[in-house]
Design a protein around this ligand. Structure first.
Ligand SMILES: Cc1ncc(COP(=O)(O)O)c(C=O)c1O
Length: 499
């Protein structure tokens, strides 16, 4: 496919505006550009065709099954989009006075109440814009809390699991804490013996996903909570996997003190590619004074923003957070109503169905019932046929499926982390199983097919090392003469220019 600049013909226009007879505006010389911008010039039909063709090359949850483990790529009900487009929500200005924003404030307050109930905790701030920002906010709350009780300088370490998502250690470091890693035991739980040696008076807290990124619920979670609480430390729940437990078990009841909730996963949202997201944070009462300002509060029948929180860590995002995300999540939750538990039950059922059908063709490193996702290993395929998890993932694209998460968590070699979510029907799950089984058979019979995959997608397998080392993120006009020599691999070239 040609790039839009390659289609451009000088003088073509998608629209013409009527000439005006206003005097020219005086732009100060230092702000004037020396040359006109190099914009593509196309007639409207060609422009529309260009972007329509591009859009058909995208893969999304609306085009196919997207079992990207830990990312919870579920269907986004269209009713959510209708609700968020209601003029009262869509056109609301963030500086609207409280009197004119009562509906929006009420929605946020109600969402906070629901999230508190789901988490089993007492207070909520919707402000963080992603799970990772929720993590950082939670750690800042820990710091503020310990400083307030005079233990700030002593408690300098956060414990994480070796199955932790990369954002956990990154957030710990950004928040200025030291990192302590705990091993995973043979059943996929936190290794409690290892843990005991690592928790002491310097420990500020634990950061844990439960179920873990192995899709396994920690069988010793109450004992783990006790170890931390008896050392005076706090427990942080990374809620990325909350889709497994909504309405069934609550992080607060497990002993966690701070929870972030990835609204864009558990409560649907057209996410991916970096946004939009929401990472509200829910906490135990003793941490409430430190939550970001402004807080959304209710006084009788009126809702307002409370800025008067002297111990607050301050703002972590503009205004009250990503409001459109709140509206969609609220609509999603209300459409389930009291049956929210069913969402998680079906997510867990779907994952176990896939697991049961795939466990003989791929290795299962932790042989337990899974929660909403599970991790297989392509280690045997690699050993016996030289086929890697990457090959399996790329071949799945030829079968019309988005690959699962691969090579994560790090404790599983050649990991394939599969999360179907509750919104997939049995026929779709069966089709995915058939593809995975066919790929396992191909690995034995014709491994080269897998090494070359994908062969039917618009872009073939890319040289990822080269792409990372020499990322080209804008069209360079004549600035990339060196790419011309690679024109033999035209599809590769196309991807690089458009990357
Ligand atoms: C286990 C886990 N924790 C944290 C995060 C970070 O969440 P976000 O992508 O919303 O920043 C993710 C995201 O994929 C995750 O899977």
């Amino acid at each position: 496919m040609e790039l839009i600049y390659e289609k451009s013909k000088a003088g073509r226009r998608a629209a013409t505006l009527p000439r005006h007879d206003l005097p020219p505006v005086e732009v100060p010389a230092e702000l004037r550009r020396a040359e006109p911008p190099r914009l593509p010039e196309l007639a409207e039909p060609e422009l529309v065709r260009h972007f329509t063709e591009l859009s058909t090359r995208n893969f999304g949850i609306d085009t196919g099954f997207y079992p990207l483990g830990s990312c919870t790529m579920k269907h986004n009900p269209r009713v959510n989009e209708r609700v968020v487009m209601l003029p009262g929500f869509r056109d609301l200005h963030p500086h609207q006075d409280e009197e004119g924003a009562q509906g929006a404030l009420e929605l946020m307050w109600r969402l906070q109440e629901i999230l508190q109930e789901v988490a089993g905790l007492d207070a909520c701030s919707l402000q963080p814009a992603a799970g990772s920002q929720g993590e950082l906010t939670g750690l800042m709350l820990m710091r503020a809390y310990f400083e307030d009780i005079g233990e700030g300088s002593r408690r300098d370490t956060i414990v994480t699991a070796d199955t932790a998502h990369g954002t956990n250690p990154a957030s710990v470091t950004m928040a200025g804490y030291k990192l302590e890693n705990v091993a995973t035991d043979a059943r996929g739980n936190l290794d409690v013996d290892d843990l005991r040696t690592k928790v002491n008076e310097r420990t500020a807290g634990l950061m844990l996903t439960n179920p873990s990124t192995l899709g396994l619920f920690d069988e010793h979670i109450e004992e783990v909570a006790e170890i931390f609480h008896s050392a005076g430390s706090l427990l942080y729940y990374d809620g990325a996997n909350l889709n497994a437990v909504c309405g069934i078990s609550r992080p607060g009841d497990m002993g966690f003190d701070i929870v972030h909730i990835n609204l864009h996963k558990t409560f649907s949202q057209p996410h991916g590619g970096g946004g939009p997201g929401g990472g509200p944070i829910v906490v135990r009462r003793k941490l409430e004074p430190f939550l970001p300002v402004p807080a959304v509060v209710r006084d009788g029948e009126r809702y307002r923003l409370d800025h008067d929180r002297p111990k607050s860590i301050g703002k972590v995002r503009g205004f009250t957070g990503p409001f459109g995300v709140f509206v969609r999540s609220y609509a999603y939750i209300r459409s389930y109503g009291a049956g929210l538990r069913e969402m998680s039950e079906v997510a867990v059922l779907n994952a176990n169905y896939l697991l049961a059908r795939l466990r003989d063709a791929y290795e299962l490193p932790y042989d337990r019932l899974c929660m909403h996702e599970f991790v297989l290993s392509a280690r045997a395929l690699k050993r016996e046929h030289g086929v890697s998890a990457l090959d399996v993932a790329k071949r799945l694209m030829d079968y019309g499926f988005h690959p699962p998460t691969i090579y994560f968590p790090l404790v599983v070699p050649e990991a394939l982390m599969i999360e179907p979510t509750e919104t997939e029907p049995k026929e779709r799950l069966d089709a995915f199983v058939e593809a995975m089984l066919a790929i396992a058979a191909e690995a034995a019979e014709s491994p080269e097919l897998l090494h070359e995959a994908p062969t039917t997608r618009p872009v073939r397998r890319l040289d990822e090392v080269k792409a990372a080392r020499r990322a080209i993120v804008k069209y360079g006009f004549e600035e990339h003469p060196d790419l011309a020599g690679e024109a033999g691999e035209s599809r590769q070239l196309e991807a690089q220019k458009g990357a």
